[in-house]
Design a binder for this molecule. Structure first.
Ligand code: ATP
Ligand code: MG
Length: 569
């Protein structure tokens, strides 16, 4: 790893804290964890958390656990568990043998709940959820004690055991911490620790009908695993006092680690929603074609679209880790994608809107094989062959019958270069009955093979093209943001802000034959057009490509302008 990279990685406040903890001997080795709830696919916000947790552990020679926070069987599925593991690995991280589940600890958590009851720190409450909510108070008013708050230890233990035994229906009773109904922090107003849920769990089956809440499972799981730095997003900041209270209330065990929770700001992306609840709705209501739809901000969607994992990691490194709220521009992600792909993506020829070209002085029925470099700056990337012949296709927008001043591409009488091919000159325009251009008649200069005229004659444009002899038809899918406003849902209904034009399907495209072999997940550059990736639905007789990103970079320009104006970046 380059020095600069390490130096950059070390700048955020979390890594600073870890460094100080190590220097002061406050921890023996760093242990972090990434704790997803398996109720959906991972999104780019999770990538930030994954890169932070796994990245910091790597940098400080520690370890990072993957722990499923599987405490709500109603919303959790094995398919999500599998997808999450696949996506973390794809992003480039490895938890080794440290794969855990909150459900691994259900027995231990239960024992600790009994310990809380036995020490007077928890009680069984029979209030309905509505009553409980009504008595919780507000930010400015204290809550009221439940009439069941005074229950004795023996009765609480008996009821809690009967909750576990399945004697009561869902919602009949809960176990609550006995902390302080007047606490300024609402999280400390006797939070619920266990609820009754007669539901089959993906891992523990029907062994349990009571499940711990997130708050009761989280810190304790960290403690069991010896997590030193429990990193989470800022919405959990107000839960930290509860996290601490619960850890303080566990039976004394000097061997157990004392984790500390630190909070950082979530990643927010403009024109995108990073909430699993909304992403689930998009999938369930059919607004997208699935969790891995290339429009989705999920890791699976981005992978399918052709975004390399390295670009995501680089994007996350650049946005950094801080506590301040911010919204990141999509162009910044696109910039990282281009920077990652440009040096490595093989170059290919593809015509999106084909316009037929007949080379009149090329012998009928003849073809020839030309050699094309796979990458202009990398001889090691090798070459491939393409076929030249009498009938070719160029991009419709590369021709204008009456060109304005600054149009240097093909027009009547004008000579241009065909990439890796020859110079051609347009001699005639063929139109259909409606007056639309359907074909160009051209001549080629046989002496310009490879793209240079022996007399040093210059042309102003180089066009991409394919040959009628061997071009393959393809469908190309273009993706626009899923939402029409940078802050979807800011005016209420997030679904009202859906972009009806988020998917544009272009059929009748023609691509060079090398692309028939493209593997899904392999991203190539269509010269002059952008980066594209074969879709898993692509078949030899029906090629399908996803546009990953265009060639034009708005982010670099924004940055340059900022630098010129002397603004901090
Ligand atoms: P959502 O709010 O989308 O439902 P979540 O936070 O409930 O997501 P979890 O599976 O619990 O989803 O998240 C696992 C970890 O990922 C948590 O530690 C959470 O803080 C972190 N995380 C989730 N969203 C983001 C985000 N946008 N930016 C950074 N970290 C995130
Ligand atoms: Mg969560």
């Amino acid at each position: 790893m380059a020095d600069t990279e390490t130096a950059e990685a070390g700048r955020d406040f979390i890594r600073e804290i870890i460094r100080e903890d190590i220097a002061a001997g406050r921890c023996q080795g760093v242990v972090t964890r990434f704790p997803p709830e398996p109720n959906g696919f991972l999104h780019i916000g999770h990538a930030k958390s994954i890169c932070l947790n796994f990245g910091a552990a790597q940098e400080f020679a520690g370890r990072c656990h993957l722990r499923f926070d599987d405490t709500n069987p109603i919303k959790e599925e094995q398919a999500f568990i599998d997808a999450i593991q696949r996506d973390v690995r794809w992003l480039g991280f490895d938890w080794g043998e440290h794969l855990y589940h909150a459900s691994d600890y259900f027995e231990q958590l239960y024992a600790w709940a009994e310990h809380l009851i036995a020490t007077g720190r928890a009680y069984v409450d029979d209030l309905t959820p509505e009553q409980m909510r009504a008595m919780r108070g507000t930010l400015t008013e204290p809550g009221q004690d439940s009439p069941f708050r005074g229950r004795g230890v023996a009765e609480n233990l008996d009821l809690f055991r009967r909750m576990r035994a399945g004697e009561f229906p869902n919602g009949a009773r809960v176990l609550r911490a006995r902390i302080d109904m007047a606490a300024g922090n609402i999280n400390l107003r006797d939070p619920v620790l266990y609820r009754i849920l007669h539901a089959t769990h993906p891992r523990t089956g029907d062994a349990w009908c009571i499940y711990p809440t997130y708050d009761f499972a989280h810190g304790q799981s960290d403690a069991i695993e010896g997590v030193t730095h429990s990193l989470c997003t800022l919405e959990f900041e107000d839960h930290r006092p509860l996290y601490e209270w619960l850890l303080d209330s566990l039976p004394a065990d000097p061997a157990r680690a004392r984790p500390r929770q630190y909070e950082f700001a979530r990643l927010n992306l403009a024109y995108t929603v990073l909430s699993k609840r909304v992403l689930t709705q998009l999938v369930q209501q059919g607004h997208v074609r699935g969790w891995d739809d290339p429009r989705m901000p999920t890791l699976a969607g981005m992978r399918r679209r052709g975004v390399p994992a390295a670009a995501l990691r680089e994007f996350v490194r650049r946005i950094g880790v801080a506590r301040a709220y911010s919204v990141v521009d999509m162009a910044m992600l696109d910039h990282a994608v281009r920077e990652t792909l440009n040096p490595v993506a093989p170059r290919r020829l593809a015509v999106l809107h084909p316009l037929r070209v007949v080379i009149e002085n090329y012998p009928e029925g003849d073809t020839e094989i030309l050699t094309a470099a796979n990458h202009p700056d990398d001889p090691d990337a090798g070459t491939r062959t393409i076929t030249f012949g009498r009938v070719l296709y160029v991009e419709r927008e590369d021709f204008m019958e009456e060109p304005p001043k600054k149009f240097f591409r093909l027009s009547p009488g004008r000579e241009v270069r065909l990439r890796y091919g020859y110079f051609i000159t347009c001699t005639q325009v063929v139109k259909d009955a409606a007056g639309e251009v359907v074909e160009l008649r051209c001549t080629y200069d046989p002496a310009s093979r490879g793209g240079n005229a022996p007399d040093g004659r210059r042309v102003q444009a180089t066009l991409h093209w394919v040959s009628a002899a061997d071009a393959c038809p393809a469908e190309i899918r273009f993706y626009n943001p899923l939402f029409t406003r940078p802050d979807p849902g800011a005016e209420g209904d997030v679904m009202a802000d859906l972009n009806p034009d988020s998917l544009e399907v272009l059929t009748g495209c023609l691509v060079e034959p090398a692309l028939a072999l493209a593997e899904p997940g392999e991203t190539v550059q269509f010269e002059r057009t952008g980066y594209f990736c074969a879709d898993p639905e692509s078949r030899p007789d029906r090629l399908v490509f996803n546009r990953t990103v265009g060639l034009r970079d708005t982010w670099a320009r924004v940055q340059d302008a900022g630098a010129k104006a002397g603004k901090p970046r």
